[in-house]
Design a protein around this ligand. Sequence first.
Ligand SMILES: *[C@@H]1O[C@H](CO)[C@@H](O)[C@H](O)[C@H]1NC(C)=O
Ligand SMILES: CC(=O)N[C@H]1CO[C@H](CO)[C@@H](O)[C@@H]1O
Length: 734
Amino acid sequence: MEESDYVPLFETKPVRGRLLYRLYTCSIFLAICSIFFYRVSYFPADGGARRIAWIGLFLSEIWFTCYWFITVIVRWNPVHRYTFKDRLSCRCEKFLPGVDVFVCTADPTIEPPVMVMNTVLSIMAYDYPAEKLSVYLSDDGGSYLTFYALLEASRFAKHWLPFCRKFGVEPRSPEAYFQTAIGPVEDNEWCSIKRLYEEMKERIETATKLGRIPEEIRKQHKGFREWDFVSSRHDHQTILQILVDERDSEAVDVEGQGLPTLVYLAREKRPDYHHNFKAGAMNALIRVSSMISNGEIILNVDCDMYSNNSEIVRDALCFFMDEEKGNEIGFVQYPQTFYNLTDNDIYGVSLSVETLVEFPGIDANGGPCYIGTGCFHRREALCGKKYSKDYKVDWKRTNLTKNENYRTSFSEETCKVLASCTYEHNTNWGKEMGLKYGCPVEDIITGLSLQCRGWRSAYSIPKRAGFLGVAPTTLLQFLVQHKRWSEGDLQIFLSRYCPFIYGHKKIPLKLQISYCIYLLWAANSLPTFFYVTVPSLSLLRGISLFPEISNPLVIPFAYAFFANRAYRLGEFIHCGRTIRSWWNDQRMWLFKRTTAYLFAFCSNILRILGFGKSAFEITAKVADEDVSKRYMQEVMEFGSCSVMFDVLAAIAMLNMLSFSIGASRVITEVVDRSQKEVTVEMFPLQILLSGILVAVNFPVYQALFLRKDNGRLPISATYHSIFFVLLVCITFMY
Ligand SMILES: *[C@@H]1O[C@H](CO)[C@@H](O)[C@H](O)[C@H]1NC(C)=O
Ligand SMILES: CC(=O)N[C@H]1CO[C@H](CO)[C@@H](O)[C@@H]1O
């Protein structure tokens, strides 16, 4: 193509309306300066408790300012990307690259096979040439139930794919489609496919429930024989089965059109070898797929995330295949969105501010991080290649050479070796090649190392979400998930992969700082914990830590606090969320920081001191009926005993106590005119702070004292928290 008639496949536009944000930032900055001025100039002259609390608050405020500064850098100059899929179809349809999709599952009880199959089917049905699309399922559970489900899915796909084409089905996960779609009732085909799906679902669910599969099905496929040699999920040989083989003449749907290649892989597991969790599974898939389909582009999706947009591959290719700006792009990340959200999102799981505001900002600062799902990678980049200025892919050429010696010779035996326990010994896998090992959030460092090798990443928010996953539906699941994320993130910050060290001179400084917005999640815990406990305790003891009401410096404190909340509310409304969901988010902000992040912080400290090790916990994806019902009614689910809940309850009780004592003092002063109004004068902000915390914690009091259902806080949490608060009050007061 001539230089002159180059039209881009995607464009990047700055987000408008930044002036308002910058004005807001300046005003907050002024408020912060005044707060610091107050802290320094009113520093308590007398020693003792007040001084210690004062210093603690001051340090917390300094920390909040630093973290706020990071959030400002992220939000300063966001960009949005727009793709032109029609131009891609016109220009590149003939030489579209091969795309290999990796789906990882780990446990058939936590991640039900039906859900996984819906993910697989939604991907097989992509609007993309079937001979160029391959789907790989990695089963770290090594379960024949998953294999059986995949076999069923491969058969159902023969009907499902033509059906999707004919009716223009969207979304292409059968479960999601049939749940909402009202078909042309008189249409026989529509109804028969629906019936086929329901029968398949029932067979898979029955097999999962019974834990075994019917004998006649066992006989139908040679693959089941592999399980004769499996002793346990932690001890078995590599199982590799190509369920739909492109070279096979039978690999066509009912209309005679080709089907995407479909592969089942359970890599070898032996008790003596560390398997490196999901990163290990991904690396095995990268190697095995390189023998089978060797697509230039790799998409990686979590097994609970079905694809809601059948054009998403084309959307991503607009980035990779753009002749001018596409060569430097190493990966394209899509937002993580959820389908199980309720309107007001009680657990604040939706991440909408992160996905709609923060990620576009990080993209502008040098490229989003890799979040482990919904991400397209350039295979070469993922396998360790460095980007250099003269790197250029000629998609026409790669496609030609590929068609010549494409899939002519490989045997399952040679592929199996690639997924064995010992294959990676003395290789660069897990270090320079593939996903990195040794960290619970391997995705972040993998993305970082790609960026450090010179690749750029891009972030795209299509109108119709690309990937929809299941959100946690109980408080504990949510907190455990956040503990895992924030713990791993902080571990990265404290390791040699810290962006300031690892990315030094390799990625822009503003990108290094942007990474910290997530890596330092856990570090917010101590200052927040201090802020929600010490002012309340001081109120009980009559120690004033904020300006009196007559002091004009009360204004910057109030302004910084309320303007921040109001700004967050504005962001929520901008993201299309409700006011209630903002309020819920405020609560979860507190809950996360005082439990999940605090625990993550502590376990990092313990790890550095040489105790404890990190472990990978999967969060359950299904909930029992009772729990689901409460979730749909937006009633907060506690239910189980957990130290995290004890902490939440204790903080709630403490603030209740200090607020009621503070408020009663105010009332007596107001009623009894003979007393001087000392409390109102001295403690306005502390009473206000406690009052807000009480309001935010309302569901905790309900769960402690009012609720009767199984989702209430266990009685032990009530005792623990009361005991703890009494203990603290006694020691602190005397
Ligand atoms: C998912 O797809 C459906 C049907 O195309 C659409 O109505 C819905 O808005 C999509 N969901 C999201 C979150 O984009
Ligand atoms: C796992 C889970 O909680 N699934 C729920 C998702 O939401 C639908 C209704 O929108 C429920 O029926 C599912 O039980």
